[in-house]
Design a protein around this ligand. Sequence first.
Ligand code: SDX
Length: 431
Amino acid sequence: MAESTKSAKLSIDGKEYELPIFAPTAGPDVVDIRKLYAQAGVFTYDPGFTSTASCDSTITYIDGDKGELLHRGYPIDQLAGNSHYLEVCYLLLYGELPTPAELEDFECRVTNHTMLHEQMMNFFRGFRRDAHPMAVMTGVVGAMSAFYHDSTDIADPWQREVASIRLIAKMPTIAAMAYKYTIGQPFVYPRNDLDYASNFLRMCFAVPAEDYEVNPILSRAMDRIFTLHADHEQNASTSTVRLASSSGANPFACIAAGIACLWGPAHGGANQACLEMLNEIGTVDRIPEFIARAKDKNDPFRLMGFGHRVYKNFDPRAKVMKQSADEVLDLLGVENNPILQVAKELEAAALADPYFAEKKLFPNVDFYSGIILEAMGFPTSMFTPIFALSRTVGWISQWKEMIADPQNKIGRPRQLYLGSTARNYVDIENR
Ligand code: SDX
């Protein structure tokens, strides 16, 4: 824990309270209110946690004003340009970039855990074929605690390590199987001679009837999308994983909770919602109509892929994603993709509009990712599963950090109660 170098004074009903202030290595100071209720008998009030630090962490730092994202201090654009997803996984999990030997060992451990227990195939077959892949992933990942009993004891560091590797290794297999199941094609087993992104593409797009060659351009783009979604500080789904884990629940159940939270259109579901919105707009001449709707307080419509709780500048991931969209569509020969044109025109129109400028609404990670994924052949229903696959390492890294923290205790917020005060029961004949 950081050292307290100064304090805040709070006066309530003429009584003064001194609250320690802790200075971070980067970002805002924090006021320590842990003893406030015991000392002053009051709660703080912060629905949506807009001004609340829920923990201390050394994994990811975001500067929303600068549009900066660091993983263990390394800027996301440098990692996206020079590293690859499994190396970023190692960095997030263990805190430092690996040596060649460390990386080879880590990749070997992940590669050798990519297969699922064969009995889980039956679990998939219990779903309807038209189930959303996120519903399948939530169910199957939660069910992993019924198949991998030897890595559910979170008090055992070795079991925590095995569960971490299993989740990172098996998530692409589960996501690909969820996709294959919904399109009625046979499951494709992972291959140990393929890298992480190539394995996922092959498990999604190969069929037994013919050989499948992974396009290196697509696997590089896929790997970069995994990297851009790997972790993002204390976002809603990561906070869900931390809160679920604080009760001592097993890691598979906690990651399933994170997947469920990510599915929401305000969070990871925005990439699917964004592409559906772009398809609904359809042509650039309809952009003003949708910009007007997004600004209309009486219309619940929002520009999907725009705005962010933390970023009040460009999401640095969106910048890399936009560049990648241009590259991938150009290399695939679909650079004249009409939806990409609508996205670029919509971005330009929104950024030029005072409403978005005043509210500091910029494109976020979800604005361009769907365009790339659709060009790669994925249906919109697979966009959020790919986000969940990528974010598994972030959830796991934050989970490991929390479990290892000696201050770790069950998360149990309080409330501002506005309901009825005590009253007596009234028998139904007297109502
Ligand atoms: C992700 O937290 C993370 O880090 C998440 C994430 C990660 O990697 O984990 O980055 C991934 O979830 C990215 C966000 C994806 N969601 C979307 O693209 C959905 C559309 N965006 C909005 O729903 C919204 O911007 C949020 C949910 C992202 C942020 O909401 P906040 O922080 O609660 O902000 P807000 O809703 O209070 O909005 C502030 C103002 C409001 O207007 P006023 O009430 O002040 O007049 O801005 C307006 C909002 O109406 N606004 C928008 C808007 N987003 C906010 N208006 C139009 N279109 C939008 N997209």
